[in-house]
Design a protein around this ligand. Sequence first.
Ligand code: C2E
Ligand code: MG
Ligand code: MG
Length: 279
Amino acid sequence: MMSIDSHSPDELIRKNHAASALVPSESTLNNAIEKKQFALYYQPQIDLPTGEVVGFEGLLRWKHPEQGMKLPETFIPAAEETGQIAQLTHLVIDTGFKFIEKLSQSLSFSLNISSQCIKDNHLVGTLDHSCHEFHIDPQRVVLEFTETATLENPVQAEDILGQLKTSGFRLGIDDAGTGYSSMPNLGRLAFSELKIDKSLVATMETSSQSRKSIISTIELAESLGIATIAEGIENSLEAIGLRELGCQYGQGFFFARPMNETDTLRWLENWNKTLSLPI
Ligand code: C2E
Ligand code: MG
Ligand code: MG
């Protein structure tokens, strides 16, 4: 029943970027925000043992009128530099919450929080307010931080993560397995999920080092009583291998590419209709 989504691969979009790799200026980004050129795409997250959809990660896209679809790597660093990442994050919160309000209460929504946003005093208030506005239980929301983000600003990070936790949000580490420096902090900061980085998944069949890193990340998560999710699963071998190693959830092109709202709803309906053990 496993279907490979037929949307144009992100790699093609990436290639098209070569000609338009200019860093966007603050005014260009402002113009794009005003003209509503940013769109949120959704990629499903799957419970590996049962094949059930458990949630979606929101991934930002820029629908540039001349250059076509632009991936986050072409505008997120610039938005972080100018501070406009705060505005974009608020846009992701509103768009994503509005979307999951329509879905089953059992489905979660993960969003990426840039290290810059750790300094955003309005983040917690915006999240609380949007939960209220769209009737979202904060337990359905997973805020993905990178390890580096929490390392760069440890005091501010601990403060804001504590506030988010108190508000009821779930916290995740996005690039787990790529470095262990802040791992001892994990328990203290009360993360509830570790996401195994796609670079490790891509090399798990060929590199014993990657496999070891995946295994120790899963062991660490188990010892802390928190969930593991692997990203970048591109084939059944990786999905089965990760499931056998005890990884609970998976995300990747093997299940579906990031999709716009309409395609996500269609995909979800079809997936739920045909659900059987996927691998
Ligand atoms: P991430 O949060 O680690 O997201 C996973 C990336 O892996 C996404 O790239 C996704 O399209 C890609 N991916 C998913 N499945 C597969 C697969 O099977 N194989 C491969 N090779 N790649 C896969 P994308 O959408 O280009 O996003 C890249 C990064 O940009 C994200 O990495 C995240 O760090 C950042 N980003 C995306 N949206 C946002 C946002 O709204 N806010 C912030 N602050 N950062 C964002
Ligand atoms: Mg992420
Ligand atoms: Mg990641």
